[in-house]
Design a protein around this ligand. Structure first.
Ligand code: NDP
Length: 429
């Protein structure tokens, strides 16, 4: 059967889906109000927090922000089609076909950076950065509503049969295994179709990488720019967060190809969970540190900055070398490392990084995130949101992966867990 019905319901079903779909935007709104209390581009006079319904409703439906954001998003869609890249095949799908993906992230970001630098040179300023800084709450809410709408669109779209390549008949779309429960709200949230595409535009891969990550980068730079306008100098903490997160964003874009084998692309459908995560949560929650630092001038001193960079470097080392080791192993290299045969005939690595824990790569990823929080010093718990949120995301992901592997590797998975007992943190968890 091409599209089996989903029986494993996550997040407490529709109730959880609604709670997350309302709760996280509410949290981003709180961040937007708290961190948008003064602006150097306007009068420079701080204005108090305004929690009123009118303020939020006006921000959510601000016409200029909607024009700006939709121009940005659809402009990126067009650019994505135009920017050249290499074509590679994704994993083999349930119907034994493979999709072809254009990998052009690096070229894409180079075009964006070049255009921005050219505009800065020509205009002497970047009005788009001022707009972003001035409209944080408006843009936050626009991104939330836009991602909801996109999820509605792809949900409805998933019911239309797919034209066959010769255009004469139709095929069923491949639905995501977790998103075919028949419950409307739940499937809308989890994502019903595995790989929604319009022509050659792959909506999921595009959203995973481009609009959200680039907006996050622009928000951070807008904070740096605003601090410079306010103080005439830039604090070391602001430079540090821009460096650490800028590096992470470029690193993510450079590793675009790696996305094609990740759970988000291989297993998950594209629904509100991913649309909201990619388009709203990433830019507006991951930029908390820079937004906080734009309102609080903090110099940390070079020893503290160096220690924070060292934690990030350790995180990258663990993250990359562990992922590389698994990928090399899967390609038949590293025969000298110990592995165990499974009932499926394939092998699991039980040596090197992968004897330390079942997901040692998650620990590296978390350390990178921790370094971002440390870049704000120890003045507020607000900027440590990411470390807490990301830890819960990784634990949830580990549970899902454990279920996936238990069903794939059967008794071999229990044997594997007996040999590699720790889930993420060696000797601790
Ligand atoms: P993993 O990279 O840990 O991959 C898990 C899969 O690898 C398993 O399903 C199994 O798949 C295979 N596998 C597991 N153990 C072994 C082993 N010992 N030997 C061989 N193969 C094994 O998880 P993810 O795909 O979730 O994450 C990939 C990366 O993405 C991680 O580094 C993570 O930190 C990062 N990430 C980042 C997020 C973010 O928001 N920044 C969110 C989530 C993840 P198979 O069926 O092929 O055997």
């Amino acid at each position: 059967m091409l599209n089996p019905q989903t029986t494993d319901i996550q997040f407490n079903g529709s109730v959880g889906a609604v709670a997350i779909s309302l709760g996280l935007p509410a949290l981003l709104t709180v961040f937007g109000i708290v961190l948008n209390s003064q602006s150097p581009f306007k009068s420079g006079i701080p204005f108090p927090f305004d929690w009123s319904f009118d303020r939020i409703a006006n921000a959510a439906f601000d016409k200029n922000t909607w024009i700006a954001y939709t121009t940005y998003f659809f402009g990126f869609v067009v650019l994505d089609q135009l920017v050249p890249g290499k074509y590679i095949k994704g994993v083999v799908l349930r119907d034994k076909t493979q999709l072809t993906y254009k990998i052009n992230g690096l070229n894409f970001i180079l075009v964006i950076v070049t255009v921005l630098l050219a505009r800065l040179y020509a205009l002497g300023s970047l009005p788009e950065l001022e707009f972003i800084y001035e409209h944080q709450l408006e843009l936050t809410l626009t991104c939330c509503l836009f991602s909801f709408a996109l999820a509605v669109f792809v949900y409805i779209y998933s019911f239309f049969p797919l034209k066959t390549p010769n255009g004469l008949g139709t095929n069923d779309r491949i639905l995501a295994e977790p998103g075919n429960s028949g419950r409307v709200v739940y499937d809308w949230f989890i994502g019903r179709e595995l790989n929604p595409r319009i022509g050659s535009w792959d909506i999921k891969l595009f959203c995973e990488l481009k609009p959200g990550l680039v907006l996050w980068l622009l928000i951070n730079v807008s904070c740096l720019y605003s601090q410079y306008l306010q103080h005439g100098t830039i604090s070391d903490s602001m430079l540090l967060i821009n460096f650490l997160q800028g590096f992470y964003i470029f690193d993510g874009i450079l590793n675009e190809e790696g996305l094609l084998t990740m759970m988000d692309v291989v297993t998950d459908g594209f629904g509100n969970m991913l649309a909201f995560g990619d388009l709203a949560l990433v830019p507006w929650a991951y930029s908390l540190q820079a937004r906080y630092l734009s309102l609080n001038y903090i110099d940390l001193g070079w020893p503290y900055c160096a220690a924070t960079v060292a934690i990030a470097a350790l995180g990258y080392y663990v993250f990359h070398s562990a992922n590389q080791q698994k990928s090399d192993f899967k390609q038949g290299k590293l025969a000298h490392l110990k592995s165990m045969k499974t009932v499926t005939g394939s092998n699991l690595l039980v040596d090197g990084w992968w004897k330390l824990s079942q997901h040692i790569n998650y620990l590296g990823d978390w350390l990178i995130g921790l370094s971002w929080c440390l870049a704000t010093g120890f003045n507020t718990p607000l900027t440590y949101f990411y470390a807490v949120y990301f830890a819960s995301l990784l634990v949830h992901r580990q549970v899902r992966d454990d279920e996936k592997c238990a069903s794939k590797y059967k008794q071999s998975w229990d044997e594997y867990k007996a040999r590699v007992p720790y889930k993420i943190i060696p000797y601790l968890y």
